[in-house]
Write a protein that binds this ligand. Structure first.
Ligand code: F6P
Length: 588
């Protein structure tokens, strides 16, 4: 049993007046288990005797339950087992047999758009989609998302559903339509002018408006209703994605009390002071605590979340077990570092061919040094700092002028917001200034592209590049870093990686930089461009084996396995509840 630690004084500790039922249940269960372990009989008086006898068939289950409590959760993280789509499917069949899986996210995995050549299908520039889509292919089930494409309505059936992936359907995409007012308030306003800058330390002020909040509440309710409409059972596994849906877990909990709700927060969680800026902080926390499991990329984000709950809610926190007890229900707060699907070796084009073709496409000489940056055009990504570092490197090492080019793919994003328009203008202006300063007749140091690139195109660029530069000012994980590593089966190429990404915690073999320190980043760029082959290979090999092992199937598999264990436990407990009449709503 874990201890409770808090930095508050005894009088500050927020414990509900009535002790949460879980703890009284847990105490009783522990005593019962101790007796069972020592083959003791409970005190003999009629009601207790009757309950003990009734519980005898549960002895096996209870012992299993005790073992589960004794499992060192974090120990599972380092297991050498390799997760594959097949293993994920087996887990679903064996441990979640017959259970349905529903995913809820704002961004949809396939966007149908009208073009002059007919309807085209696009894959959005979204880390969330990159990660969750392969999982859905393995799980089947239903993915509920905002239908935002110009041809989305034209491509669904009468129930707003479409089978995807196109050509190889393996799961259902259920689209939810938003009015322009809803999209403005919930997506652009509250999510992206409020929560996004609130959670990322990028020195952009969050904007909170009551009208945006009202839309955020209403849209969360609409998606919660869609979950209920799509669920065929009363206890589905619901995977809620990201900051667009902080209220949805509690809303679904009220409609489907038996659901297993796993929420994953894809962006950083700030410290309590920063989060406290939000006028609706308590409502957001309460909404998230409707989850059975709440996942973050790093233990640091988990810690910040627990401290935020401690600061603003009357909740009970067990730091060792990483649980929050609120309103009689428990939420497990857990670290699940997100990742990517490891590519199939047969699908990848030859590296030497990629190098040659890409250089030809960009009108560069065959031996030209090439860097690649792939981001949404977002102020959190450190694109300005990246260009400044490159400029500084040219000043310090002029021999590289004319020899090195950075291809910066910066997909336009959230462009109707002023902050993003201003940022785009600054990025374009800086790229133009640097290009003007160092360009020659046939040389341009920065190639900036803001149009959509598909995964196959990006893969070619990753394979053709000498270095990949990720300089986010703050990033939950950053999957570009992992995609680059996965693309380099030749074990060459150097990753320059911001210390403020979640990925930096898993990839110490990258050249880790502080993007705010321009000279430091300039040195790292130079070191990357001049790194001997043997050192590249050593670093890349080590990173590849880690990303291959800690892939997206492990991310999903660990969450689903934890969910399966909790469901098993819930079933045991409801039997005990039945016998002891304990008023327990949800337990872990
Ligand atoms: O991965 C972080 C994230 O914010 C996702 O939540 C989101 O899908 C992605 O970046 C792209 O943002 P958007 O969906 O607003 O284009």
């Amino acid at each position: 049993m874990s201890t409770i630690r808090s930095n508050k004084t005894a009088s500050d500790i927020a414990v509900p007046a009535a002790r949460p039922s879980y703890f009284s249940w847990f105490d009783r269960l522990r005593v019962r288990l101790q007796r069972l372990q020592h083959h003791e009989r409970p005190a003999v008086h009629p009601p207790a005797q009757r309950r003990a006898n009734d519980n005898q068939p549960l002895v096996g289950d209870l012992r299993a339950l005790l073992r589960e409590f004794n499992v060192e959760r974090r120990g599972q993280d380092s297991s050498p087992e390799v997760w594959t789509p097949e293993k994920l499917r087996t887990l679903l069949h064996e441990q979640l047999a017959g259970d349905e899986v529903l995913v809820v996210s704002n961004r949809e995995p396939y966007i149908h758009v009208e073009t002059p050549h007919g309807i085209e299908i696009q894959r959005p520039a979204s880390g969330l989609v990159t990660a969750v889509e392969p999982v859905m292919r393995a799980c089947s089930g239903t993915w509920i998302a905002h239908g935002g494409g110009s041809a989305d309505e034209a491509t669904v059936d009468d129930e707003d559903r479409i089978q995807v992936p196109p050509g190889q359907p393996s799961y259902t995409l259920r689209r939810v339509w938003l009015s322009p007012e809803e999209e403005q308030g919930y997506y652009y306003g509250f999510s992206n002018e409020g929560l996004w800058p609130l959670c990322h330390i990028a020195h952009v002020r969050p904007v909170f408006r009551s009208t945006d909040w009202e839309q955020y509440v209403a849209v969360n309710q609409r998606f919660a209703d869609a979950v209920v409409a799509e669920a065929h059972t009363d206890n589905p596994v619901v995977l809620v994605q990201d900051y667009h849906f902080a209220l949805l877990p509690q809303m679904v909990r009220e409609l489907l009390p038996k659901a297993t709700i796993i929420t994953f927060w894809h962006i950083p969680w700030p410290n309590p002071e920063s989060f406290g800026i939000c006028p609706w902080r308590e409502e957001l926390l309460e909404g998230l605590l409707g989850s059975t499991i709440l996942g973050f990329h790093t233990s640091f984000h988990c810690k910040n979340f627990l401290e935020t709950v401690d600061r603003y809610l009357e909740a009970r926190i067990e730091h060792e077990a990483s649980t929050v007890s609120y309103g009689g229900a428990l939420t497990q707060v857990e670290t699940y570092p997100i990742s990517i699907a490891w590519p199939d070796a047969n699908d990848t084009p030859n590296v030497l061919l990629c190098r040659a073709e890409v250089r030809q496409e960009l009108s560069l000489p065959p031996d030209h040094l090439l860097g690649i940056g792939v981001d949404r055009l977002d102020y959190t990504k450190g694109i300005i700092e990246r260009f400044q570092a490159m400029e500084k490197m040219f000043e310090l090492h002029p021999a590289l002028i004319g020899r090195f080019t950075l291809l910066q793919i910066a997909a336009l994003s959230r462009s109707s917001l002023d902050e993003y328009q201003n940022f785009e203008a600054r990025v374009r202006a800086l790229a133009a200034r640097i290009n003007e300063r160092f360009a020659t007749e046939d040389y341009q140091p920065i190639i900036l592209r803001t149009h959509h690139h598909d995964a196959a195109q990006l893969n070619r660029y990753y394979r053709a590049a000498d270095i990949c530069v990720v300089t986010s000012l703050h990033d939950g994980m950053n999957l570009v870093a992992k995609e680059f590593i996965a693309a380099r089966d030749d074990e060459r190429g150097v990753l320059v990686l911001s210390q403020f990404t979640g990925a930096a915690r898993e990839l110490p073999e990258a050249l880790i930089v502080n993007p705010y320190h321009v000279e430091h980043s300039a040195d790292a760029l130079y070191r990357a461009l001049t790194m001997p082959d043997a050192e590249q290979r050593e670093r890349m090999r080590s990173m590849r084996s880690r990303v291959k092992n800690f892939n997206i199937y492990r991310w999903a598999g660990r969450m689903l396995r934890d969910a399966a264990e909790l469901r098993k436990r819930e079933r045991i407990m409801s039997k005990i509840r039945h016998h002891s009449h304990a008023p327990l709503r949800r337990v872990i």
